[in-house]
Design a protein around this ligand. Structure first.
Ligand SMILES: [Zn+2]
Ligand SMILES: [Zn+2]
Length: 338
């Protein structure tokens, strides 16, 4: 079967690999649609802090069950499913305390172990969710990035009417903004790309700030009438976003760091103490897939607004290069697996 094979950074091609077996506790899935994620592009560029090579990439995966090897009666052949791509050990402290997304031995598909940009994949049944009947594969695959957006909001315990500054209007930032609106919070979205801000603007996000054109700290001060924002989601991993999180957040506010910086970022910790801030790491998602699927199904977020392009599996290597060289050209690219 064909797979998107990343031999070394910047060297991706379609390779013929063996079809997987279906061991006990697993289901074998015919992959239908895969999403290209920012982390797939980082893996391609060689800037991912975690990816090892060679690697079949891809962790945003939906498809149909073609073989099943379990006594679990929830699934049957032909079921349309999404894979939760974070394979955990179940034995370490975070796993025992229910935070399997931060397992010490976490193996993410397409990052630490081979992923889903291929024709068939076998996956543990307890990490598979059935799709609502009326969701297309293209819509459903967006539940993975949405689960990450929702996890950051759950870490913050974001409440209705609270302001939330979001650094980065890429797919995660856009989904945080949409999901914040859905619960009645007030997103303030920050990005240097006007095209991305206007996509969010068309979805009803009222407050949009471009740091190349205006002072973001003053902008947030004006919008919040001097209070600053109760919550911040940092979804860029950039020095600008991380450092400015501490300035746009209110005293006693909460910050979630979602973006992955590729170097150490120095911070004025006295400011954290003075404002008595709660700063959370937010990694992957845990238990958020069912809610993500439900929100897409009920139209609480519009995933079509951020899907820029649907290509074939064979075109993925070419698009990885385009996405690496022109990061602003597309928001979300999906690969259809025929
Ligand atoms: Zn992803
Ligand atoms: Zn673990």
């Amino acid at each position: 079967m064909r797979a998107v094979y990343l031999e070394t950074p910047k060297n991706a091609f379609i390779k013929s690999i063996e079809e997987p077996l279906c061991p006990m506790g697993y289901a074998k899935i015919k992959v239908k649609v895969v999403g290209i994620c920012g982390s797939d592009v980082s893996a391609y560029k060689g800037t991912s802090p975690m990816c090892t090579y060679p690697r079949v990439i891809g962790h945003e995966i939906v498809g149909e069950i073609v073989e099943i090897n379990t006594k679990d009666t929830r699934f049957k052949l032909g079921d349309r499913v999404i894979l939760e791509p974070y394979v955990y050990c179940g034995k370490c402290y975070p796993c025992i305390s229910g935070r399997t997304n931060s397992c010490e031995n976490l193996k993410v598909l397409g990052v630490h172990i081979d992923g889903g940009m291929t024709e068939y994949i076998s996956h543990p049944v307890h990490l598979i969710h059935k799709l609502p009947d009326n969701l297309s594969f293209e819509e459903a695959v967006m539940a993975e990035p949405l689960s990450i957006a929702l996890h950051s909001m759950h870490r913050l315990r974001l409440k209705p009417k609270e302001y939330i500054v979001i650094f980065g209007a890429g797919q995660i930032g856009n989904l945080v903004a949409q999901a914040s609106l859905a619960i009645g919070a007030i997103p303030i979205l920050v990005d240097v790309l006007d095209e991305r801000l206007s996509i969010a603007g068309n979805l009803g996000v009222r407050y949009l700030l471009n740091p190349d054109k205006e002072d973001v700290i003053e902008g947030v001060r004006e919008i919040t009438k001097n209070m600053m924002a109760e919550c911040v989601v940092e979804a860029t991993g950039s020095f600008f976003g991380i450092r400015n999180s501490l300035d746009v957040v209110a005293y006693t506010g909460r910050i979630a760091f979602v973006g992955w910086p590729n170097q150490e970022i120095p911070l004025p910790t006295a400011l954290i103490t003075r404002k008595e801030l709660d700063i959370y790491g937010s990694r992957n998602s845990v238990g958020e897939f069912p809610l993500a699927l439900e929100m897409i199904e009920k139209g609480k977020v519009n995933v079509w607004a951020i899907i820029s392009e649907i290509i074939s599996l064979d075109e993925v290597p070419k698009y990885l290069e385009i996405l690496a060289n022109e990061p602003s050209r597309f928001l979300k690219v999906l690969g259809k697996v025929e």
